[in-house]
Design a binder for this molecule. Structure first.
Ligand code: AMP
Length: 174
């Protein structure tokens, strides 16, 4: 398995995207590299497998890429959490604050049952606002979150603080 350092080399920093002051972690270069793609998914899957989840809940849209691969690897199902208005059936939703304004995420109302064990996966943990909202959504459905996994964690933004009490795993820390 590749070392964390080698994996980091496959991620491209894009300064001032989508706006000034943000250093965007571009993972398309990791996805394109077969060893890095395999290694990041294997590591995520290994970390969350111990909790024996029944489903992976993936956050639109880069959480779909890693989340589905992890679900496939573990032989479990995948549940998408999507931006407002994208899911065709009845939904439950959660709104959360962005720097400017609000955003809403949705999940199908019948996606989870009480007591279902799930892991939540996204590509990157920054401030933790997005995943905190998803934790509320999944918890509201009565499911039990047994793990939260990211490929990248921007530790200096303290996103983990919003996930207190949950087992959080990240492949790469900055
Ligand atoms: P947050 O809610 O602040 O934890 O932001 C997490 C979401 O925003 C994730 O879905 C990321 O894909 C995206 N994101 C936030 N900051 C960055 C960054 N510096 N580079 C790439 N994606 C980011």
């Amino acid at each position: 398995m590749a070392k964390a350092l080698d994996l980091k080399k496959t991620i491209r920093d894009i300064p001032d995207f989508p706006k000034k002051g943000i250093i965007f972690k571009d993972i398309t270069t990791l996805l394109k590299d077969p060893k890095a793609l395999k290694c990041s998914i294997d590591r995520l899957a290994k970390a969350v497998a111990k909790a024996k989840p029944k489903y992976v809940v993936g956050i639109e849209s880069r959480g779909f890429i890693f989340g589905t691969a992890v679900a496939y690897k573990l032989g479990i199902g995948f549940i998408p959490v999507r931006k407002k208005g994208k899911l065709p059936y009845k939904t439950v939703s959660v709104s959360y604050d962005l720097e400017y304004g609000k955003d809403t995420l949705e999940m199908h109302s019948d996606a989870l049952k009480k007591g279902d064990k799930v892991v939540v996966i996204d590509d990157l943990l920054a401030t933790g606002g997005t995943v905190e909202a998803v934790v509320k959504l999944v918890g509201g459905a009565g499911a039990r979150i047994v793990g939260v996994g990211f490929v990248i964690e921007l530790s200096f933004l303290n996103g983990r603080e919003k996930l207190k009490g949950l087992p959080v795993f990240s492949v790469l820390k900055y």
